[in-house]
Design a protein around this ligand. Structure first.
Ligand code: ZN
Length: 182
């Protein structure tokens, strides 16, 4: 099999109004959509993340890529052999558990910023996969947190919208300062 030609895309960094726009559904999983997902995965790996939404590369479509198995700078050693990439098109959360989990979350659009976020511990997600086939996935722990974090992006919501206003303001102030420095 040929090695795919992929590109690392620029990631939008907060604060940016484009991150607050809602994403629309994908009509069909075409070769163009697959190419975008390949590029998104490469971009995510290159940045040491575990999830990326298309809105973060300025495509306002309901597309996510994730890999919580390979590890990340935040959540442990990175091991390419453990890669388990997930591609989710038009994802929908159909069920969440009542019990919750706390993770210290980060986001590739908020480099260097982290905050504890409370979310349901488990989530059942319906989506179209890389081949456009309908799938249902039961997520638990970090994967459940990751999928909920990424799905928020599709609604223009970021992890900082789940923390106290004091903490949020602090993070946004740091982000603005970092932007000015550039
Ligand atoms: Zn994010």
């Amino acid at each position: 099999r040929c090695r795919k030609i992929v590109a690392v895309l620029p990631i939008v960094v907060a604060p940016d109004p484009r991150l607050k726009e809602k994403s629309g559904p994908v009509d069909a999983v075409t070769p163009q959509i697959r190419k975008l997902m390949d590029d998104m995965l490469e971009t995510m790996y290159a940045s040491g993340g575990i999830g990326l939404a298309a809105v973060q590369v300025v495509v306002h479509k309901r597309i996510l890529v994730m890999d919580t198995e390979r590890g990340s700078e935040r959540y442990g050693a990175r091991d390419e052999a453990k890669s388990r990439p997930l591609f989710l098109v038009n994802p929908e959360i159909v069920e969440t558990s009542e019990d919750e989990n706390i993770y210290e979350e980060g986001c590739l659009s908020f480099p260097g910023q982290f905050a504890e976020v409370v979310r349901p511990r488990r989530a059942r997600v319906k989506y179209l996969d890389y081949d456009g086939k309908e799938q249902v996935m039961d997520c638990d722990g970090l994967l459940a947190t990751c999928v909920q974090h990424e799905m928020d992006h599709l609604e223009g919501i970021a992890f900082v919208d789940h923390v106290s206003s004091v903490k949020r303001d602090m993070i946004l102030r740091k982000m603005k300062k970092a932007q000015k420095r550039e």
